[in-house]
Write a new protein. Structure first.
Length: 85
């Protein structure tokens, strides 16, 4: 599984996150909307997983291993003027 809970209650995205991972991610974020995301070992995000991240806007930490994710997607997730403190 590419989406799992890790120490501190955060959600880790690792490897290649497929469409099936979108539902798992959504369930984790619904259970606790304050959960952060760690994606340092993420190599690929299915667009459904990305849509969950863009809709939920959880705090994201780490830099994904994929160049496209780190250069183009990470800035979208890190800039969130509507994030609640």
């Amino acid at each position: 599984m590419s989406v799992r809970l890790i120490e501190g209650g955060r959600v880790e995205l690792s490897g290649r996150c497929s469409i099936e991972d979108a539902e798992v991610l959504l369930r984790h974020l619904i259970a606790d909307p304050r959960r952060g995301i760690e994606w340092s070992t993420c190599e690929h995000l299915h667009c459904a997983v990305l849509q969950v991240l863009l809709a939920a806007r959880p705090p994201v930490s780490g830099t994904p291993t994929d160049a496209f994710l780190s250069q183009h997607i990470a800035p979208l997730l890190q800039s969130n003027p509507n994030r609640n403190p």
